[in-house]
Each structure stands twice: as C-alpha cells, then as structure tokens.
Design a protein around this ligand. Sequence first.
Ligand code: DGY
Length: 318
Amino acid sequence: MPKPVLLVTRRLPVEIEALAAQDYDARLTASDTAIADLLARAEGADAILCCPGDRMDTATITALPDRVKVIGTFSVGHDHIDIAAARARGIKVCNTPDVLSVATAECAMLLILSAARRAGEGERLVRSGEWAGWAPTQLLGTQVSGRRLGIFGMGRIGREIARMARGFDMEIHYRDMARLPPDLECGAMFHDSDDSFLPMCEFLSLNAPGGDGTRHWLDHARIARLPGGAVVVNAARGTLVDDAALIAALRSGHIAAAGLDVYDSEPNVHSDYLTLQNVVLLPHLGSATTETRDAMGRVVLDGIAAILAGRSPANLVS
Ligand code: DGY
C-alpha cells in the first residue's frame, strides 16, 4: 500500500525528518523559510506539516486540494491557521501542546532576568571593547527576587513560569478567563479584572494565545495602569502588544525594561525597538532546544498519523 503523502513546509530536526520519511511519502525541504509554492506542492498531499509564520489563511486553505485531510503545526500556537476555514473544508488541525512548556517558560525567565538586570546592555558593552571595569553605579538593574510577577494567561506555559518564578521568591498573580483549581493555582492570586491585576504587576509576563481576542491587549491604557518601573516580557505572540504604546512607555521610563521573543508581523521587528537600550530582543527562541523540537516533531507526527487513521488524538485542535 502506498504511504500517505506529507508536505513539510520547512526543514525539520534530522530525527523528525527521518521519522517523516519512514512513515510517509514525505515532501521535505532544505529551507528554514516558508516554501513559496505551497499550493502547487500540496497537490496530491494527504497532510501538511506547517510552522508558525506559514500563513494558512482563508484563501490558502480554501485553495488546498481536496485530498488534504490534516494540517499539523509544528507549534502549540495555531493563530497562523484559519481554523474556521479548515473546519469548513473538513480539514483537521493538530498541534504540539505540553512538550514545549518548560522550554518556553525558561525563555520567559531568561527575558525577565535579562531585562531586569540589563544583560543585553552589559553584553553589548563588553563586546564593544569599551568596558572600563567594575563601577558602583554601572548598569544598575532591578532585583527580581521577592517581587510580584503578573502572568496574563495561566495555561500550561504560564503555570510553568509561575513554578520557576517561585524559585526566585516571586509572588505570583494571574489574569485569565477563569480561576484555576487549587492544585494548579499553587497559591497564585487570581484576578478577575484588569483593574485589580495590572497595578500588581511589577513584572508582567504575557502568555495568552494570539488571535483576534487578544490583539494589542497590552495597549496604552493597560500600560498606564502598570506600576511605574514595571518590566514587561512577551514569549507568547507579538500580536498581544501594541508596539507604539510599549515603545512610548519604554522611552518615558514608565516601563523600565522589556524582553521580547515574539513580534507583530514576524520576522519584521518594529524599528524603534532597535534604537532602545532597555529592551532585550530574541528571535522567537521560546521552544528552541534540541530536546523540545524533537519532542514537538514526534507529537505532531503522531497527531497527523492518528487523524489519517480516523482517530482523534489528544493534540487535536479542531
Ligand atoms: C509555538 O509553539 O507556538 C511557539 O511559538 C513556537 O515554538
């Protein structure tokens, strides 16, 4: 029996490409950027394995060949896929939940520490060759330990950040649609309104999904309600932030520092961020560890296989 055809939109870890080639007639690519001719290459494919940054919008999904039955995304976030359009075409979607929570939370902690302790500026100073040695007033940051951390979006990644931040004696507050059960809350304080939540956030970590419901959630009005000198980090989706508002607050000093791993219109980065010293910028590294990317590949391939076999896997999105 011929193997099902799997179209892969970007180069994958070696082990995952080998697994894909073992179980599928896999159309692999050597490119780290999105393939340009997705629709042409999808001809005859049973499944597509795509990535964040591949725009699986209404027009693309509507134009997919009838034979495509599954879109698996090499990510937990699926805001790049028009789920309603996929449903309308009878195409199932699956993703990679759970396996990247620790790596992404580590990245958020990296941003919290780097932004608060001015690690980007320090690194640039050393590399410039102009560092003149230790000085009592040099690059003073703000202490993380013992401070209040607000988490917007207390899903799997948010809860993992809370667990790690407790190791820094941070007091955890969170904002979400509903309160978590006590065993998941682990003492974190739930806020059912921005009014009570935002003033608590000496540190604010954005961990909600992207999409229309959260677009530009961190805007001028919400930033104004954060305590002066707050630190903001985003390892979730760039669309959560109104860049102009955050840039103005970083300039005025109302926000002392920010750490960003994700951007609206990725890979384009608002050019004003590049001029600001008090923002740490990473290139969407959240899940970028070897172990995690291998695990993500296995989860999404398992999901695709289950769907093609008529089952409903745990990582089914829709
Ligand atoms: C995701 O999975 O959604 C990340 O943004 C990429 O790892």
